[in-house]
Design a protein around this ligand. Structure first.
Ligand SMILES: NC(=O)c1ccc[n+]([C@@H]2O[C@H](COP(=O)([O-])OP(=O)(O)OC[C@H]3O[C@@H](n4cnc5c(N)ncnc54)[C@H](O)[C@@H]3O)[C@@H](O)[C@H]2O)c1
Length: 421
């Protein structure tokens, strides 16, 4: 570090890179400038420049622009914010660690366990921090939910989680092309957006022990607008989960069945339930929203947001500073501020490599289970004894395609079968 000022680089100036720049701006204001973004990098020079311009609107120090990460690292940084597509997390993370920089890594940690293990080895030998940039648990909503469940035990013993979103999407969403290819994204909902929900549930209910899942691709969609390549992700994912606590989870995330959209997120306990019917966003990975209702027998329903003040009042000063550093309330800003403080030697990170690897193993357990056609223990994915699905997402021709798991329908006459096309 130069004179106590953390020199920060950022690689990947796409959707999340831009959000991180906004978050770093909030951290800069809150900390009075404890860091400086020395350089940004994107293979797309225009994006990198536009990101640098955005930083320069609130930072006086100049921001250099790179299209190659190695040149950014050669100039020397104390920490790197990694916002590249998932399959590049390992290369970017290991390069940074090898150059002696701490790493803030976007979720998910990697597409596979072996990549996660290699990142962990690099971090250990460099003696540097890797912090997972998982924002959702840092929201006031999810922090309050955890407090309600664990400290007040308002719901009693949580017995059932329902997380269901069924709808029809005619087109793939206009997202980065890498997402629609399993070798780069690692899979679909369970490892991408769903990783947020799995982290939230682990945060509030404890670890998932086992997963019994089915994954299918019912319809072929283009990977991106005007693409002729097929989106390789599942569009039909269902699962039964068992948490180590004994709580049962029922999941379905389906984007290929027409009819009325259906959304339900609920945690049902022995005393009361929390229920979100999707009015706020209809996105399962945002669940629960502040408008979710706590329903206690004999009591009027109360929105989760109605408990925010009680939760805030319950915090000690030390807790408040740890969970909402510098008084920040934006979840992206909180993850950045916490990382910055750890780099400065002032604390640990909330989601280090162990927790990040565990969430990744939970995501991958969905696909390992779907491929194996049996219940899979998260511990077996974590320990590397179950990896058949991950073997199919290495570079090379796609194997074990979800299309092979298409639903076979009975013909109207009931005598023959036909496949969806
Ligand atoms: N926390 C969240 O809410 C959230 C939201 C979206 C994405 N993400 C995660 O962030 C990561 C990026 O997702 P995104 O939506 O921003 O993707 P994106 O496609 O919008 O952006 C990725 C950027 O990386 C750049 N890039 C690709 N290869 C590069 C390389 N070798 N060197 C430098 N730059 C390179 C691309 O040009 C692009 O600008 C993924 O891991 C994703 O899972 C997290």
């Amino acid at each position: 570090m130069t004179g106590g000022l953390v020199r920060l680089g950022l690689v990947g100036c796409g959707w999340i890179g831009v959000q991180h720049v906004k978050a770093w701006e909030q951290v800069a204001r809150a900390t009075g400038g404890a860091f400086t973004i020395t350089a940004v990098c994107d293979t797309d020079a225009e994006r990198a420049q536009s990101c640098a311009d955005a930083v320069s609107r609130w930072q006086e120090n100049p921001v250099r622009v790179h299209t190659r990460l190695t040149t950014l690292l050669d100039e020397g940084v104390d920490a790197l914010d990694v916002c590249v597509p998932t399959h590049l997390h390992e290369a970017a993370g290991r390069a940074a660690l090898g150059a002696g920089a701490h790493v803030l890594m976007e979720k998910p940690l990697a597409p596979s366990m072996d990549a996660a293990v290699r990142i962990a080895r690099a971090a250990a030998s460099a003696d540097r921090i890797v912090s997972l940039a998982e924002n959702h648990r840092r929201t006031l909503t999810v922090r309050t939910l955890r407090w309600l469940l664990r400290d007040t035990q308002l719901l009693g013993v949580p017995e059932l989680v329902q997380a269901q979103r069924v709808r029809y999407e005619a087109q793939t969403r206009p997202e980065g092309r890498w997402r629609g290819q399993r070798v780069s994204g690692g899979g679909g909902w369970a490892i991408d957006n769903g990783a947020h929900l799995l982290d939230t549930l682990t945060y509030v209910l404890g670890p998932v022990e086992s997963v019994s899942a089915q994954a299918k691709r019912l319809r072929d969609r283009p990977r991106a607008a005007e693409s002729t390549e097929v989106d390789e992700r599942e569009d039909f994912l269902t699962a039964l989960l068992r948490f180590e606590s004994g709580t049962t989870g029922i999941f379905s995330c389906v984007s290929s069945l027409p009819g009325a959209d259906d959304f339900r997120f609920a945690i049902r306990g022995t005393h009361a339930s929390l229920i979100d019917t999707g009015a706020a966003s209809g996105e399962l990975f945002h669940a629960p929203e502040p408008t979710a209702l706590v329903r206690e027998p004999g009591e009027a329903p109360r929105a989760l947001a109605g408990y925010f003040d009680d939760y805030r009042r319950s915090l000690t000063d030390a807790d408040r500073e740890r969970l909402f550093p510098y008084g920040l309330t934006d979840d992206f800003a909180i993850e950045c501020a916490e990382f910055l403080r750890a780099v400065q030697g002032g604390g640990t990170v909330e989601i280090g490599l162990d927790a990040a690897t565990r969430t990744l193993a939970t995501s991958l357990a969905f696909y390992e289970s779907a491929l194996a056609g049996r219940t899979v223990r998260v511990a077996d994915v974590l320990e590397g004894t179950v990896h058949a699905y991950q073997d199919t997402i290495r570079p090379g021709p796609l194997r074990g395609d979800f299309a092979e798991h298409r639903t076979v329908l009975l013909s109207p006459a009931g005598s023959a079968t036909r496949r969806l096309s």
